[in-house]
Design a protein around this ligand. Structure first.
Ligand code: KG4
Ligand code: ZN
Length: 345
């Protein structure tokens, strides 16, 4: 299989990795969290500027740690959509330049395909079809992976993404950015049954609820009202609120993912994206999947949040299928994963 050098700069992590045969030879991630923390979220212009500063050293470290030479690299890949356009441009421009200078094919990668395939890095024998519960800061969907480039969205959020809900609720509780890891830690000390919160069901015109779609904005608003009420009454029980919120998100995602896997008779459920790192989701889903005879695969924490190893992994799939991107490829802030094949000749 191919050896790929990949770059990831879609949001606030600058990353470069070398992956061969679904084995990670190096994966360097420079996080910008500290830079954005005082603003309570990612500032796009600052992110782009920091990628320009960080990418050189990150790339050098990834190449030297992999202990391979340019002659061993089959293709250069970079995330080109979706994400912050200015941030993406840094990686895409660098990737195309490296490909030109070293006369290698260039492979633009859809960021969500990286999350879909992150599980390959620790489960190299995994093959489609499988269902992926994709839960990141910008996306929440249930994607049926039929084969490389052939995806069907079976369920999704109608508003906020799961990670976005974690970030917004953390802000409401005064916990800072990014919210997911802080809520996860705090939730360990709280009671998950302390507060009953809405599960964001989507009503259907013909009656009943959509089996896989969800809404997280109602849940976020419910936490806001609760916080206002509790604050007026005295001190805020933040650990109980964090635990109750996390348990609700875990329950909602678990219910939808299990129902979808059973209905579509897909025995393997892969979880990807930053929220796949969440301990509540990991334990809920593991128990429910075992009860239903579904195999559930979580990438290790380092491959859940943004990293270039998962981008290299997705690029390797495309490389094997003969897909190549033109050197005129730009970056796009939005692109559905079902249109990922638009990135190739
Ligand atoms: O996949 P990712 O690194 O970036 C995007 O592509 O969006 O996901 C980032 C999101 C953030 O919203 C962050 O709060 C959330 O993943 N996250 C978590 C955890 N770690 C990161 N959410 C819940 N629990 C965690 N442990
Ligand atoms: Zn991501």
């Amino acid at each position: 299989m191919a050896t790929i050098l990949a770059l990831e700069t879609s949001c606030d992590e600058t990353s470069a990795a070398v992956v061969r045969d679904r084995t990670v030879l190096s994966n360097i991630v420079a996080s910008q969290i500290e830079l954005h923390q005082r603003f309570g979220g990612v500032v796009p212009e600052l992110a782009s500027r920091q990628h320009v500063i960080s990418l050189g050293p990150v790339l050098e470290a990834a190449l030297s740690q992999s202990q391979i030479s340019w002659a061993d690299i089959d293709a250069v890949a970079a995330t080109c959509a979706p994400g912050l356009v200015g941030a993406l441009l840094v990686g895409v421009s660098a990737g195309k330049t490296l490909a030109m200078v070293h006369q290698k094919p260039f492979i633009g990668v859809h960021h969500l395909e990286g999350h879909l395939y992150a599980a390959y890095l620790t489960q190299p024998e995994l093959q489609p079809p499988f269902l992926c519960l994709l839960v990141s800061g910008g996306h929440t969907s249930l994607v049926l992976v039929r084969r490389c480039g052939d995806y069907q969205i079976l369920g999704q959020t109608r508003d906020d993404a799961a990670g976005e809900a974690f970030d917004k609720v953390a802000r409401l509780l005064g916990l800072g950015y990014p919210g997911g890891p802080v809520i996860d830690r705090l939730a360990q000390q709280g009671n998950p049954s302390a507060f009953s919160l809405p599960e964001g069901n989507i009503s259907l015109p013909e009656g009943g609820y959509h089996p896989y779609d969800t809404s997280f904005s109602g849940l976020k608003t419910a936490v806001l009202r609760l916080v206002e009420r509790l604050q007026a009454a005295g001190a805020l029980p933040t650990a109980d609120l964090a635990a109750s919120f996390q348990a609700t998100v875990a329950r909602v995602l678990t219910k939808r993912a299990i129902a979808c896997a059973l209905d579509h008779q897909v025995p393997t459920l892969v979880v990807g994206g930053g929220v796949a790192a969440n301990s509540g989701l990991r334990s809920h889903l593991t128990v429910a999947a075992a009860e239903q005879g579904i195999t559930v695969l979580f990438p290790p924490l380092a491959y859940c949040t943004d990293n270039a190893a998962m981008i290299a992994c997705a690029a390797a799939e495309h490389f094997e299928h003969g897909h190549r991107s033109p050197l005129t490829l730009g970056s796009q802030s939005r692109l559905p994963v079902t249109a990922a094949m638009d990135l190739y000749h």
